[in-house]
Ligand binder design. Structure first.
Ligand code: CS2
Ligand code: MN
Length: 355
């Protein structure tokens, strides 16, 4: 298992590569060109500049998170073929730069959704919270107003101001897309890119829907093990694989994370793991907590044991962390709590290795 951290780039991250380099057992970072809109090809010179800055800090750049998939590809609208051609170009260029895994998601309109980015925990830290009773109040026709009202304090991925005007339009387009149709559109995308992935050795790793149920009435196709198996079966190529996010899938108590790990590894399709813990207070109400099993609802030892025993040898990263010790950073992506998470994971992993 290769341990990495997500890094948003010099201009967008409060955490430096030099700080990341000092985390015990760190191998590299998952980076991206965040300013390139979904649907466009990533320029080679910018990929190489990003790689150089990471390598110069003594870190590897083998994972990209994310090359975002455009709305046209998710909707199956006419521009999708042009966007897919650009995506294929991006894959080949990333391969040339030494990238092995691309993390992406197929969530319509929004990436992860939370009701608060700075909910207080009893220890005085702040964390992200999902409370369905708040989310349920927001209806598709009022969402643009809600987002504008929140814009100052509350910026979720996909909620960028320039997208707001498009939101109402996107909702109406997705309202006719069933889960079956969305899965079909994912298959169309995968079938088109798999030959390039095969040829270049780049694995695609789809991230589950966060939270793993439908929000704002939008279709969701990666919520549980059944969905995961269906996605893996869309294209048999080993490069059509999974990012397993423990905190995301684990926020639904029916999801058996160790069983999902075993299944994906046995098919050679687990390429990337996001490790974090959450505490479920009641159904569809959870807070993100430290990695320590005792703080949350997930058994982190059982999860790591499943990775170890199944022979997982892909990439892993701590996912989100709490905001602790007065750090001011992008919600979920401070240095301190993620580094504590890695130290804890390192301890469990060493114990597993030494029996
Ligand atoms: C990440 C996701 O911050 C996070 O929760 O796990 O945003 C992830 O990067 C995307 O869904 C993958 O495309
Ligand atoms: Mn994740």
């Amino acid at each position: 298992m290769k341990m990495i951290m997500r890094w948003f780039g010099e201009e967008n991250d409060t955490v430096t590569l030099q700080q990341i380099r000092q985390v015990p057992n760190i191998d590299g970072v998952a980076g991206a060109l965040h300013h390139i809109p979904a649907g466009e090809a990533w320029p080679m010179d910018e990929i190489l500049a990003l790689k150089k800055s990471i390598n110069d800090a003594g870190l590897q750049f083998e994972v990209v998170e994310s090359v975002n998939v455009s709305d046209a590809i998710k909707l199956g609208s006419p521009e999708r073929d042009a966007h897919i051609e650009n995506y294929k170009l991006t894959i080949s260029r990333l391969a040339e730069a030494g990238v092995k895994v691309i993390c992406y998601n197929f969530m319509p309109v929004f990436d992860w959704t939370r009701s608060s980015l700075d909910a207080p925990l009893p220890d005085g830290s702040q964390t992200m919270e999902y409370n369905e009773s708040i989310i349920a109040e927001i209806k598709p026709d009022t969402i643009a107003d809600y987002m504008l009202e929140k814009a100052e304090t509350y910026s979720l991925p996909g909620w960028e101001p320039e997208r707001m005007a498009k939101i109402v339009d996107l909702f109406s387009k997705f309202s006719v897309i069933t889960e079956e149709k969305l899965r079909e559109n994912l298959k169309y995308f995968l079938d088109a890119i798999m030959p390039v992935c095969e040829e270049t050795g780049v694995a695609m790793a789809i991230h589950p829907d966060d939270p793993p149920w439908s929000v704002f009435g939008l279709p969701r196709i990666f919520k549980n093990q059944g969905d995961m198996e269906a996605i893996m079966a869309l294209n048999e190529n080993r490069m059509n694989g999974i990012t397993l996010c423990t905190g995301c899938l684990g926020s639904h108590p029916d999801n058996d994370i160790p069983a999902m790990i075993e299944s994906a590894v046995s098919k050679g399709k687990l390429h990337f793991v996001h490790i974090r813990n959450i505490r479920i207070t009641k159904p569809r109400y959870f807070r993100e907590v430290s990695h320590f099993s005792g703080d949350g609802s997930l058994d982190m030892f059982a999860i790591l044991k499943a990775l170890y025993q199944s022979g997982f040898d892909g990439y892993a990263r701590p996912d989100h962390g709490r905001m602790i010790w007065g750090e001011q950073a992008r919600p979920g992506y401070g240095l301190y709590d993620r580094a504590l998470g890695i130290a804890y994971i390192n301890g469990i992993w060493e114990a597993l290795e030494k029996g």
